[in-house]
Design a binder for this molecule. Sequence first.
Ligand code: ADE
Ligand code: ZN
Length: 336
Amino acid sequence: MTTALDAFAAALPKAELHLHIEGTLEPELMFALARRNSAKLRFASIEAIRAAYAFDGLQSFLDIYYEGAGVLRAEQDFSDLAWAYFTRVAPMGVRHAEIFFDPQTHTARGVPYEAVISGLTRACRRAEKELGVTSKLILCFLRHLDEESALATLREALPLGGIAGVGLDSSEKNRPPSLFQKVFGLARAAGLRAVAHAGEEGPPSYITEALDLLKVERIDHGVRCVEDPELVKRLAAEQTALTVCPLSNHKLRVFAALEDHNLRDLLSAGVLASVHSDDPAYFGGYVDANYRDTARALGLTKAELRTLARNSFLSSWLSGAEKDRHLAAIDRVAAS
Ligand code: ADE
Ligand code: ZN
């Protein structure tokens, strides 16, 4: 049953800041692209793919996520993937998206970087024109690979442009941010902005490293910060954005139940947390479901949902004037 609070959450304008485009690959499109590209899939049906989405942690998810991404081969595939995402979330109130992509997953299979960036850029331009959804692209380095590979990726990406920033994702355990200082330094020197996944499965010290060594502006996930009360105070004092993904955290067993999620504690501590969807095709819901299910599980109020939507724009890389325009639209929904 849809409640008044569900409807309010759905109507709020939102910015999506933690979304891996490869994580929006729905089984239906995976099958269609496998057929189009004569790519082999070990799954016999869409149901079999969905049945395989039972994860016992980040690595078990990543194994299947990289396998699924193997059907993406040509520029058109990347464009179709991103366009499918935009058309799906525009009706959910997503007005702006800062989207991760993992080039090394594709270039390692012989897909040219240019096909990836061109396909994604084409869909982003179309989304702005036809749906009024603005976007930026964030190139993520895979942290299970070495820094040399990240450096080669950055060298290939810079001349083509089209990216607003860099990020760090993939297996976190035993892969501290300090391993990637050089590539982040070069990216920042080239005028790119920076974010990093930290404190998802890794310890709070990885959050501190990402801030102090990689000089990132936002922390993706960051939920393990609560294990270090001084760090929570710092995040609140510096208003460092945390892009939190509750359904992902539940599916990957960062929290045993959605009811156990610490989002409300983070908000109460004054942390600039917002809600996002990570890999929605794999975790059972896009940003609408993340707002709705988390609100239900934690008993969030209308005021807290409004704060989350506001935080999503405040944490974005939009200009001050663009932020003000979206915040005013949130106020209008809240007043109606
Ligand atoms: N790549 C895609 N989703 C991810 C996540 N939740 N954590 C780290 N890397 C990822
Ligand atoms: Zn993520």
